[in-house]
Structure formats: structure tokens, C-alpha cells
Write a protein that binds this ligand. Sequence first.
Ligand code: C2E
Ligand code: CA
Length: 755
Amino acid sequence: MKQGISVIFRLIGLLMILSVSSAGFCAQLILSEEERAWLHDHGQELRLGVAIVPPYMLVNGPAGELRGLSWDYIKELEQRLGIRFNPVLASSYGEMIRQVRAGETDLVYGATSTPERRQFLTFTTPYGRLETHIFVREDHKGSASMETLAGHQVGVVQGTALHEFIRNNHPDILIRSYPDSSQSFLQLSAGEVDAVVTSVSTAFAYTQRNGLHRIRMEGPVGLNYEMSFGVRKEIPHLTSILQKALTAIPEAEKDLIAQRWFMPRDPGKVDKAMVLRYLAYAGVVIGVLALVWLTWSVRSMRREVSQRRDAEGRLAFLAYHDEITGVLNRSGFMHQLTAPNEGGRWQLIFVLGLDQFRAKNEIWGQRIGNEILRRVAERLQASLGTQGVVARIGGDEFGVMLKQLNTLPELMIKQLLKEIASPLLLGDGSVQLVTATVGASLIEDHADLDARPEQPLERAELALKYAKRHQRGSAAFYDASMSGNESRDQHWKEALTLAIRRHQLFLEYQPQLCLRRSKVIGFEALVRWQHPDQGRISPAEFIPWAERFGLISALGDWVLQTACRQAAEWRKQKLPFDYVAVNVSVRQFVEAGFADRVLMILEQTGLPPRNLELEITETLFMGDLETVRVTLDKLSGHGIRFSIDDFGTGFSSLMYLRQLPVETIKLAQEFVLDMATDASNYQIVRGATHLGHSLGMGVIAEGVETAEVQQALRELNCDMVQGYYYSRPVPASDITPQLLESLAQRAGHRQEEVV
Ligand code: C2E
Ligand code: CA
């Protein structure tokens, strides 16, 4: 108490000295007549785009309220202008920018002024600055700069100024876009991208939050974030009003905001400089008011101390726990794995990865995504009870370890996958289906565990990768051959490189027919590999290798060139057909310069663009949709057609189908093969055909092996067919007018005539 009173007296002394000079600290806010009138008319209806951007740009406080550096500035502006913005919450930063661009909001915060954004926004001067850098895994060889990253995959948050900067200034960098930095760092950690570019503070926050330690900071990006308010160009008044209000915020206040978020202080000490600034700001207030103010201020400081203590307690909790689900995080999981044990040692560890979680998050938004994570964590905990430890060890991955195995681990995991897959009724009344894939590792040698505690988790993660590659929704147990992948990879990489060079690859063509016209209309080109020792290797096997080894562009270009040359040749021979269809893998499509290479190949081979169809897959739309759209538009603008291969097996969303220039959907053969005998597949084919037609698209069914299936498709009004019933893929030399004639006859047959 005595100490408190002496502080108060000392502060009153200071107050008296400072009160004389304090008036000059506050710049005045003077609006023009016109601006005032505009504000009066529109001030209450301004829509402010809001996205959560940790760690302090804008975040949710403990009670879900908005707080952060930008939020403080927003509040300052509201107070000074006597208005209240209407926040429009966006699911990601990129979405926030999209909204303002589309006119769905009037302004955004925390935006760097860039050439592309200046086309639709005007900017205030920046109110904050964030340094940006390149981040790589610790095992990255050598140092990384924007130049050395050419040809590498780099993760960056969609819609940000960095995204635009790299796109325009470093076209050789292969951009992978993510909705937030959490995703980029998880992908970096998983080895899916080679580097991530983001602000230093964001990197720090996310690597801490996700428990990622093996990440290193490298060179600068060349563009730092300058946080400004961006206002739709159509309302220039608002920019000048906000600019004046920003300028009117006293420097001392700006310092305070910066200190609050960038340099949190030791809560136990009273900082004299801070108190001086408070006093200067309140300069003209006389002694009595000062006493009132000081009493309030001491109280609020106490309150702050106690809030900070709460926050510290929470931080300690978060060091080992996941904020969203409340279960352990990766650090907590490792801690438990290596902690001295009661009740025996760990027997089994497994990693459960949610299938297509990213897509769910993108489609339904982060709130639903988080609820799914919470519910899956609950299911896991409920199912394992006290026997198992559950942790969220990555964006969509849960780690589980068990000491006692009461049943065969395979059976236990199978049962668990079944439980996870049962429908989830969420708080908003929607029902979600979530499936998962598991990679597991039995801990047999505990000496190994003591020597390298991370080994079992690494093995389980390897097994998960394996399981995902082979069959999503299944479980794989680690075995030593999975670790041998690297040398095997090297072997196949060399073999495939040689195969491309030494012409061990060749194409076969499978006819596609129009059911209504009963005639062949196109050919799908399918690549084959005749290995000198191993014989034929299926493209389903080697195309994924080519993607993984970075050979897909070379291989894809070769396929395109060969198919286009062949089709041009058929045209010369006056063979009647509309197009040759070429499969394009996702990695190939998103490689820089893909569209230009396709156009160049068409020119070189002399095939008119309308005679080329590219078969793309739905997974393409799970990445950077904007970049994909640019390429699609460019190619379709030249007359090239697109079809969506394996439709129904991936990420189907009407949203993208409506927006993109795609002519045909190609129903996956897994539904078509037995549709004449399997009622549920029949219904899927029926629904998808209907959907395609309602969107004005053509529908082709592949995998037609019998007359019954042809008949069923005809009745459903399916437009086109492809399958062994007509012809297997054959060498180009087999495609003759006689073959086309006999196939046309076959497509013209009705079922009763055949059987
Ligand atoms: P896809 O694009 O779905 O190709 C259709 C596959 O189904 C082909 O297998 C084809 O031979 C087979 N098929 C066609 N009709 C029938 C039928 O009636 N019954 C059955 N059971 N199967 C039928 P293939 O040739 O082994 O190709 C496998 C996959 O490899 C392709 O699947 C495609 O994803 C990929 N692929 C093939 N060539 C290329 C290529 O040049 N580039 C890329 N990126 N991928 C390719
Ligand atoms: Ca295909």
C-alpha cells in the first residue's frame, strides 16, 4: 500500500511537469465538408473484411473476441471517426482479398500495396511492417535464396502479396498455395515442398504451434509486408478519411500498440517510459483527475498482470497440447513416448491421417474443419480409453500409442477406422463423412527406442505414406522395405530417365465412341513402358514415379508430342475422328510454362487445337485454383477441349465445374464396370450423367466391357463410351478405317441383338 502511494506521488510530480508540453502530441483530425457528409451517409454501413492472421495481426482472444495489432488500429479508427465497421469474416486471408475484389466488402486491413491489388484497391500509408524470409527444413542442402529456389516447390499463402510477388518476379519457382501458413509449414515438414516464404513472426508462431523444430530461416524474399488499409477503388473518399484518421493517431499511441503486440513486457514491472507516454497523452488532465486516473491505472495494471499469468498458464498448456482439440501436440506426444514409464512400455504407435481433410477445410471453412478435428480426437479417445495416448501431430494427422494390446493390432485399427468413418453430426446440423488412413509401427526393440526415440513415429509416418499411396482408407504396418525406398527410388529414377531417352516408351490408343451417332469420335492415348528386363510396366505404376522424380514434364511432353504427331498423320490420311485425348497429370499441369509448351507442340506437329483433348483430374482443383484457371482459360481460348478423368472418385464440387471451361466429364470405370448388376454403382452413374447434362457438359463412360452396360448407358442417355467391349488400347498401326467401321457397328447394336 505504502509503495503504491509513493508511486502515485512520484507520478503526480511527473504529470505536472509534462502537462505543460503535452498538447502538441496529438495531431488533429480535420475532415473536409464533403468527407464529413460522406461519412455521415455511409459511416455505419462499411463492410470490413476480416481474416484471422496469427500471431498478432488479428487473432481470436480467449473468449473468441477479435484482438491484435490490426484490430487496435481498427478500433482507433472507429473511435476517431465515430463509426463502427461491420466485420465480414473470411475463412482465409486469400478469401478476404477475393471478397474485397468482388465488391463483397469495402475495405481490408493488413494489406501490402501491390501492383495487382492497386487495380482494385487504394491504400493508406502502412501502419506496420513485417519482415519476410525463406524457411527450409534443417536438412536442406546449402543456403537458400530466391534464385536457388528456381525449379523448386515453394509454399506460400494464397492471395498474399508474397504470392503475387513470386508469381511475377520469380516465374521459375513452382508455387504451392495454401490457405494459411500452418498448412505450408506442415507440408514443408512433410517434405512436400522445399521451402516456405512468409513473415518471420508468422513462421515462429506456426512452427511453435505445430511443434515443428527442424525448420531453418534463410535469406530474405525481396518484399516485406507493409500493413495498410486497402479500400475498394470505387470509394476514394474512404481512403483519404482513413488516412487522416491514421495520421491523427499520436505517435505515443502507435508505440503503445506496437509494444503491446511486438514487445510484450515483463508484467511484474511498471515501465517508466510507458507511464510517461500515458501521462503525456493525458497531459492536460489536472491533479485530481490524475488521482482518479492513476487509481484506475494501477487497478488495470493488476488486472493485466493477472491476465498475463492466465495467459502464461495457457501457454504452458499449449507447449504440450493442441489448441484446437485439447489433446497432446507433437511435442507432448514425443515427451510421453520418452518419459519414464509406469505400467509397461509402449507396444504400438500409429499415425492416422484424415483423407481429403484439406479439401473439406477449403470447402466448408476452418470452423467446420476444426470441429471435425475435435470430433475425431474425441472418437479416438473414446475408443482407446485409458489404454492409449492420442495426439494431434500435424494438420490432419493424429498420433496414437498403446501399451497394451488386447487384440490383434490389425483388427483393432480396422475397428477404429470403421468408427472414424461413421457419419459425424456437427453443431451446425450438417453431416460429414470423414475417412482416415493409418500407418503403424510395432515397437519391438526398446533399446532402439531409447537410442532414437523419434524412430517409431518416423516409421509409422513412412507406413502412412505407403498406405496413402496404395489405398486410402486402409492401414499399413511398417516393414524394413519401406525404408529401402530411397535406393529403390534412385534405381527407378535412372531407369525411367533412360526409358524416356532410349525410346522404351510408346503409345497405344483406345477408341472413344459416340453412342447416339454410333461412331468413333476420338482416341485416348495411353503410354506404355517396355522394360528390357521387367517386361511391361503399367502406367498406373510408373506415372506416379515420374511425378515424384520430377520427370513428368519430360515424359508428358513426349506423350503430347507423339500423340499430336500421330493425330496429325491420321488427319492427313482422312481418318474420320474428332480428337485425340491425352492424359495430363496434376504435377505436369501446374509446372511453369505448361500452356506454352502445349501450344508449341501443336504448332510443331500441325495438329489444330480443336483436335486435342486434355484429360485432367479433379485433384487439380484442390491446389491453386487461380493459377489452374489461368492455364485452362488460355488453352481453351485456343480451342483445346478438356475432360475430367475418373470423375466421381475425387473432390467433386459443383462450384468449380460451373466455373471452368470443361466440356466433358469422364465417369470412372470403377462405377461403370458392374453398373448393370450393382444397384449403387448404377445410381452413381445415373446421378453423375444427370449432373453433367444439367451443367451442359457431355458425359463419357469408361470401362464398358459388356453389351448390358452399353444398353444401360444408352438408356441413361450417356453420350460417349470407351472400353474393352469395343476395343482394348491398340498400337496406332491398328487404327484403320476398317476397325472404325466394325466398332461403329458394335456401338449401334442393341443388347437384344447381341445376346
Ligand atoms: P485412365 O486415364 O483412367 O485410363 C484408363 C485405363 O483403363 C487404361 O489403363 C485403360 O487401358 C483401362 N481401360 C480402358 N477400358 C477398360 C475396360 O473396359 N476395362 C478395364 N478393366 N480397363 C479399361 P492403363 O492404360 O493401364 O492406364 C492406367 C492409368 O495410367 C490411366 O488411367 C492414366 O491415369 C495413366 N496414364 C496412362 N497414360 C498416361 C499418360 O500418357 N500420361 C499420364 N499423365 N497418365 C497416363
Ligand atoms: Ca484417362
